[in-house]
Write a protein that binds this ligand. Structure first.
Ligand code: SF4
Length: 408
């Protein structure tokens, strides 16, 4: 019960991806919701430093590496993906060697970033542009949008085209529109399958939780635009649909359904997964896993649709839009309560800093809880206190449900 067998295949898919990176003579670095499709259409293997940041967090090697970055002047209060990753490049300690047998972090031929998620990526990637004396191209997306206007998209497209020019110079190849279209199509198909995977959690009991999702999202982050990502999610979807037919629950005797906003605590995934399981609560949806759903991809309009897909993401929207998106997910996944992770070193992916959880609770009568922690730096997580808060929150939801059902 609960185990996802397709995960064996995931290990192979990720291993092959890192093996190719290790042996490629054409490597691009890109932000996780950046223009990977353009880079891939030129034949670059694409490396994502954020994925490395997550790996540093999950392997509990982030803190030591953060200390190296702090020593050269990076504040311990800025994004711990940034500081852990920069520290790792300074120390030469990377789990990529041990976990994937790589020689080290692959050297970039070009670095591309998109500020649709935060401006920190610009500072982060600039560090490497200097270190490797490597060309860098930024897409400076308009931020915190209520509506996404034509002007916003025109601006993003013009910056995407500047990236195309730089890729032509580096590869000495002409841009191939058909290859780009094909890459966008593959991204579209993979992201649709990833969305279907996440939607299997609409079933009660859910066959998958947030803790599975953050592992299973590997290919949609690092292999968008490839057949491999598509094939993997088809396999995963088939298994989860089968689980739903058999009511095979990720959390046995699921009693409470939770939505998670914000980053994962990479260094405490197992611990938190066990806490929720023991409390018979399933985290059935999250802003984080939904961040790699791009409904707008359309190979017939590859620039326009890619610009729109990457500009419309949750993290880049106004509070008004975010609130509506959260309410829609609550309804869609039959959620009983929301947990907001106030991620100490990521201002951008934390929606608990300006009273949103309290407003949602008061206006929409949906229970909310804020816990304080971090994506990589577990020194910022008060574990005992947070676990007590989580357990109490789940008990309160159960009591609330019982009293409502009792009255009905
Ligand atoms: S969104 Fe947050 S975690 Fe991600 S790179 Fe930006 S600051 Fe770091």
């Amino acid at each position: 019960m609960g185990e996802i067998k397709t995960s064996m295949k995931l290990k192979e898919v990720m291993k092959n991806y890192f093996h190719r990176l290790d042996n490629s003579n054409l490597v691009a670095w890109c932000t996780s919701v950046g223009p990977a499709e353009i880079l891939r259409s030129f034949g670059f293997e694409v490396y994502f430093p954020e994925n490395h940041g997550a790996l540093l967090g999950a392997t509990k090697t982030a803190e030591d590496n953060i200390n190296h970055a702090v020593k050269i002047g990076y504040s311990p209060h800025v994004c711990s993906y940034t500081t852990a990753d920069i520290g790792s490049s300074l120390s030469g300690n990377t789990p990529l060697k041990q976990h994937y047998g790589m020689k080290g972090i692959p050297k970039p031929d070009i670095i591309a970033y998109n500020t649709n998620q935060c401006r920190e990526v610009q500072d982060w990637f600039m560090f490497y542009a200097k270190q490797f004396n490597c060309p860098i191209v930024g897409i400076h997306s308009p931020r915190y949008l209520n509506d996404v206007s034509k002007e916003d998209i025109t601006l993003v497209i013009s910056e995407m085209k500047a990236l195309v020019k730089e890729c032509e110079i580096i590869t000495n190849k002409k841009f191939d529109l058909d290859k780009f279209k094909n890459t966008v199509r593959l991204s579209k198909e993979a992201t649709h399958l990833w969305q279907d995977v996440l939607k299997t959690a609409k079933h009660t009991p859910s066959p998958i939780t947030f803790f599975d999702g953050v592992i299973q999202m590997g290919p949609i982050v690092v292999l968008r635009g490839t057949q491999e990502a598509k094939d993997y999610y088809q396999l995963l979807l088939d298994e989860l649909n089968e689980k739903n037919k058999n009511n095979d629950a990720a959390v046995p005797n699921e009693r409470v359904r939770i939505f998670w906003d914000g980053m994962p605590l990479w260094g405490r995934l197992r611990k938190l997964s066990d806490i929720f399981k023991d409390s018979r609560a399933a985290i059935v949806a999250s802003t984080y896993c939904n961040s790699w759903i791009f409904n707008e991809f359309d190979e017939n309009e590859p620039f326009e649709s890619t610009a729109l897909a990457y500009t419309k993401i949750f993290i880049n929207r106004s509070e008004q839009v975010k609130t509506q998106m959260l309410l829609d997910w609550v309804k869609e996944y039959k959620v009983d309560g929301l947990i907001f992770h106030d991620t100490k070193t990521c201002f951008n992916n934390s929606n608990a800093k300006f009273g949103l959880p309290q407003r949602i609770q008061e206006q929409y009568k949906i229970p909310t809880l804020v816990i304080e922690g971090d994506l990589c730096d577990m020194r910022l997580f008060s574990e005992g206190q947070s676990i007590t808060k989580i357990e109490t929150f789940i008990e309160q939801i159960e009591e609330l449900k019982m009293s409502v059902n009792g009255k009905a």
